[in-house]
Design a protein around this ligand. Structure first.
Ligand code: NAP
Ligand code: GDD
Length: 327
């Protein structure tokens, strides 16, 4: 039985990846940082039905000793570094913390692996946010990066450290440059979930409108369930490498709103309020990925269309609100 160690197991991707690896027969271990809200920290793992099937270890990406100890205990075959301060807007409010966790945290995990289990295969959660002020209309592995936020700069550092550990120490370390991926388990502050939760509340008569920032921003939105399969595929290859994972379709925030409102028979423009508080100091105007390399080398393609994703998220939020569940 293979053993996987996941940082960020309590997040959206951690939950889907745990479910996927368990279905493949893995023993799944996760690192969870101490929280005063310990009773709800595993709510995504509960929602997806794996909370009692994974092994949880108390640690933190900023605490190298804890990572070394956990690597010694688990002896993982595969390490998935998903842990991060992942909300771009907060990275301007907490630039140091974002650098520490999202950037140096990855180095800490690489270093723990190098010291304890250099044969373990390593996945780094890189991001399309690194393309920032895009240098090519459609972005692939060869497109130059131009980070536009403290988050993106931290991710870029972690990305290059992963390449560096691969080239310096011969470690099987791969980066997935994942474009935005969403699901019913997406954090409530991200725009897609904010919209689907808002649409559900409006449909149920619990609120009248949703306040949003830049409606023109365009993203290449996929489903997290499809994207965690790509992470695993990267670690099954003979050679480590970097891959773009994207749907190849881009849509605006406004178009996402239209799809979500249409799904419940409402009109978006009747309920959207533009609020400058949700604008950013610098914006990534458009992301549009080319995942041909992943298609050709990994045999990966995305299975969920944007319309299906939106419908699944809105329906899940309506169900949750009717049951008075919170996530
Ligand atoms: P998420 O839901 O925000 O989850 C982030 C995880 O990191 C949570 O489990 C969080 O724990 C954990 N974490 C935060 N600080 C930590 C620390 N100091 N030590 C250990 N763990 C810590 O993010 P996601 O959407 O699942 O994304 C997974 C990864 O992929 C992230 O690195 C993200 O930046 C990257 N990524 C995401 C996307 C996307 O569209 N979703 C695209 C590209 C890249 P708590 O539960 O305690 O907060
Ligand atoms: N969050 C949020 N809230 N975003 C809004 C809002 C709002 O009210 N109104 C408009 N937007 C716009 C943002 O300005 C941005 O252009 C776009 O919606 C998407 O914002 P988010 O959903 O917060 O995601 P992100 O693209 O900044 O970052 C996500 O994707 C990255 C990959 O490209 C995160 O998951 C990152 O961790 C990830 O790396």
């Amino acid at each position: 039985m293979k053993r996987a160690l996941i940082t960020g197991i309590t997040g959206q991707d951690g939950a889907y990846l745990s479910q996927f690896l368990l279905s493949k027969g893995y023993e799944v271990h996760g690192i969870v940082r101490r929280s005063a809200s310990a009773d709800v920290i595993n709510s995504r793992l509960v929602w997806i039905g794996v909370a009692d099937k994974v092994h949880i270890h108390d640690g933190n990406l900023t605490d190298l000793a804890s990572l070394i100890r956990i690597a010694q205990e688990v002896k993982p075959d595969e390490i998935y570094n998903l842990g991060a301060q992942s909300f771009v807007k907060s990275s301007w409010q907490q630039p140091y913390l974002t650098g520490l966790v999202t950037g140096l945290g990855a180095t800490n995990m690489l270093e723990a692996a190098r010291i304890v289990c250099p044969e373990a295969r390593f996945y780094q959660a890189s991001s399309s946010e690194m393309y920032g002020l895009i240098q090519e209309r459609i972005q692939s592995e060869t497109t130059p990066f131009y980070p536009r936020s403290p988050y993106a700069a931290a991710k870029l550092y972690a990305h290059w450290m992963t390449v560096n550990y691969r080239e310096s120490f011969g470690m099987h370390a791969s980066s997935g440059i994942l474009f935005n991926h969403e699901s019913p388990l997406r954090g409530i502050e991200f725009v897609t979930r904010k919209i689907t939760d808002g649409v559900a509340r409006i449909k149920l008569g619990m609120q009248k409108s949703i306040s949003l920032g830049n409606l023109s921003a365009m993203r290449d939105w996929g489903h997290a369930r499809d994207y965690v399969r790509a992470m695993w595929l990267m670690l099954q290859q003979d050679t480590a490498d970097d891959y773009v994972i994207a749907t190849g379709r881009t849509a605006s925030v406004k178009e996402f709103c239209d799809l979500a409102f249409n799904h419940v028979g409402l009109v978006a423009q009747d309920h959207i309020v533009v609020d400058p508080r949700f604008m950013r100091p610098a914006e990534v105007d458009i992301l549009h990925g080319n995942a041909d390399k992943a298609k050709n080398k990994l045999g990966w393609s995305c299975e969920t269309q944007l319309e299906q994703l939106v419908a699944e998220m809105v329906d899940a939020d309506i169900t949750r609100l009717k049951k008075r569940e919170h996530l």
